[in-house]
Design a protein around this ligand. Structure first.
Ligand code: ZN
Length: 363
């Protein structure tokens, strides 16, 4: 018998702001603000995507931009974060690190600083309402000029003790190398922010190495292609850099042909710290709990292995020390409870499909 994943305390470290929106909310806000949604975001949702080439990535980005354009009023931003936090609570996340590029909202919400303050304020409100603690990752866009990234890093620095916990770098890896953003990440690291750039998703080991060498990465968004270089895997494990692995995203964007090809098991067995993430559930469908379900059903993680994945997500997070301790204790408690115990199966979704008992040990 298996313990319910929804009761396992965990941290969600890879979720984009617009990409966290509920599809029903997208449809509702689009109607309210008179935004026409293409079929891929309306009747034919979720869209069929592929990022195997730049054209595929462009289409993904275009759909993302349309989705973002339904966020018109401060209340839309508040609603998005409140609902994201509700969904995280349902998945058992006690800490959410959501990433936002304030430049995408600056034009509509009175500039970079005001946009960031609105998001921070909305995050505080969502925390109060749901009990899920929220940290912000300010993320730069690698297809824009490195000077823009520096400006964002300086902005993030101002809010380092006020809700911003990490600094990221996103968008198409083929169109902006990590090393060009060294200056921005230096500013962020000096301010005590975690460095968490995307890398090793669309490009191979070199992209991940640049994140480690040039951006002093504490975490890497995706990083799955590191698996092509055994020495790099060993280095990531030794340095304790967390990879934010997002199985559903990898399948949707064609990074792998099939979910079984996500190198989750190989990275885990290689001792790499892993934090499972949903990336953009608005465009891909599955949310956080489903990523743990995939670990269980596709990769044979028993409850001991799932607990270790949860611990790694917590250790890699920017959550305050007291919360990390509380969450880690919660993981131990989850594991110590017998799966059949009353209350332990609350919210379980069927289960009992006869996977082998824990063959998975901590790395
Ligand atoms: Zn991402």
């Amino acid at each position: 018998m298996e313990r319910p994943i929804a009761l396992l305390p965990k941290a969600h470290l890879h979720l984009h702001f617009t990409g966290s929106m509920r599809h029903s909310t997208l449809v509702e806000l689009a109607a309210r603000h008179g935004v026409h949604l293409p079929q891929a975001l309306a009747e034919e949702w979720p869209p069929h995507l592929s990022a195997a080439d730049e054209r595929g990535w462009f289409r993904f980005q275009r759909l993302y931009d349309i989705a973002r354009s339904v966020l018109r009023e401060p209340e839309d931003i508040r609603r998005l974060l409140r609902e994201a936090a509700e969904d995280e609570a349902a998945a058992g996340a006690r800490w959410l690190e959501i990433q936002v590029d304030p430049s995408g909202y600056a034009a509509r919400f009175d500039g970079l600083t005001a946009a960031l303050e609105l998001v921070l304020d909305a995050a505080r409100a969502a925390e109060r309402e749901t009990g899920v603690h929220i940290g912000l990752m300010v993320a730069a866009n690698r297809t824009r000029h490195p000077m823009d990234a520096k400006a964002l890093a300086r902005l993030a620095r101002q809010y380092a003790d006020k809700g911003v916990v990490s600094f990221g770098l996103n968008n198409d890896e083929r169109r902006g190398r990590a090393l060009e953003f060294e200056g921005a990440f230096r500013i962020a690291k000096r301010a005590g922010l975690l460095s968490a750039p995307h890398g090793g998703e669309l490009q191979g080991p070199r992209s991940v190495r640049e994140c480690l060498d040039e951006l002093a990465a504490d975490r890497v968004g995706h990083g799955v292609r590191a698996v092509d270089d055994p020495y790099l895997v060993e280095r990531i494990a030794t340095q304790g850099v967390t990879l934010e692995v997002c199985p559903s995203s990898n399948v949707s964007l064609g990074v792998v042909s099939d979910v079984a090809h996500v190198p989750l098991r190989r990275l885990f067995d290689g001792g790499v710290p892993i934090a499972l993430g949903a990336d953009d559930p608005l465009l891909f469908g599955p949310r956080l709990a489903e990523q743990y379900e995939i670990a269980r059903s596709v990769f044979g993680f028993g409850d001991t292995g799932l607990a270790e994945l949860a611990r790694m997500s917590i250790r890699g997070s920017g959550a305050p020390e007291w919360l990390r301790k509380e969450m880690l204790a919660g993981v131990d408690e989850w594991l110590s409870r017998s799966p059949g115990e009353p209350g332990a199966r609350e919210g379980a979704s069927g289960g009992g499909t006869g996977h082998s008992p824990d063959s998975v040990n901590a790395p």
